[in-house]
Design a protein around this ligand. Structure first.
Ligand SMILES: Cc1cc2nc3c(=O)[nH]c(=O)nc-3n(C[C@H](O)[C@H](O)[C@H](O)COP(=O)(O)O)c2cc1C
Length: 241
């Protein structure tokens, strides 16, 4: 393990899962994160079963998920709270407020876990691609109504360190009192910077800039995400349009 905390970069090659003590620290940190209205609308599932990990590796198209790292799935969860107040008006625990707050709870808890892992010298990779097949995820993890598998995170001892990816220029992203103004040159420079990064990285090098990447993303088949509204309805969420 590295002695210095990792500077953030996603890791997709793991030598081992975190130790039991590390897992306990990560999970406690996730739970200690701020929570909208203190509702704590998330559940964290550790997936160690090799068959289930293999299934997630396939549906996410991320083969490293089947390897030695530990897979956490952050589940948006209003089921637990609903069970505690079975006779109450369910609207605030099944509607948009619950969905958005539960999503925030999951994402903040996940980022807290990622930060703690990186501080410990562990590597992490988010897996938004569990949304490729939400129905299969719900079935694999035996999720009850009023839950939804929002985000995966792989954590483990990094086998190899990837290079940090360059971020957009500060002036393009941060505005003073209003939406920032920027010119095309700032983004052209950034496109050149990302092209250098992609051309020169030791693994999976390619001739691509940020705009090429954006164009490729617009062509990615994400049709499964269009079914999420229906799946949320089946899961018991009521989301008026
Ligand atoms: C919400 C979210 C979902 C992500 N999903 C995936 C994923 O499914 N598979 C993957 O390999 N990386 C995934 N990533 C990692 C991003 O690809 C990565 O953060 C981005 O390319 C920037 O690289 P860096 O994290 O190394 O700085 C995800 C990141 C976020 C924040």
């Amino acid at each position: 393990m590295t002695e210095q905390p990792l500077k953030h970069r996603s890791i997709r090659d793991f030598a081992a899962a975190p130790s039991a003590a590390q897992q306990a620290a990560l999970e406690t940190t996730a739970q200690e994160t701020a929570s909208s209205n203190y509702l704590q609308q998330f559940t964290l599932i550790k997936v160690t079963d090799t068959t289930k990990k293999q299934a997630v590796a396939e549906l996410t198209h991320c083969p490293f998920v089947a390897g030695p790292g530990l897979l956490y799935v952050f589940v948006l969860d209003t089921h637990r709270n609903l069970r505690q107040v079975p006779d109450a008006d369910a609207h605030n625990l099944t509607g948009w407020a619950a969905l958005l707050a539960g999503a925030a709870d999951c994402q903040l808890a996940a980022q807290a876990l990622v930060s703690e892992a990186e501080t410990q010298g562990l590597g992490t990779c988010y897996l938004g691609s569990i949304l490729n097949d939400s129905r299969q995820m719900i079935s694999l993890l035996k999720l009850p109504r009023h839950t939804f598998p929002l985000l995966g995170v792989m954590v483990g001892v990094p086998e190899g360190l990837s290079q940090p990816k360059p971020r957009l220029p500060h002036a393009v992203v941060v505005g003073d009192n209003q939406y920032p103004t920027w010119d095309a040159a700032a983004l052209q420079d950034y496109d050149n910077t990302t092209r250098d990064y992609y051309r020169n990285r030791p693994v999976n090098a390619r001739d691509s800039g940020f705009v090429d990447m954006l164009l490729a993303y617009t062509k990615t088949d994400l049709h499964q995400r269009d079914e999420i509204g229906q799946i949320l309805k089946v899961q018991g969420f009521e989301l008026p349009q």
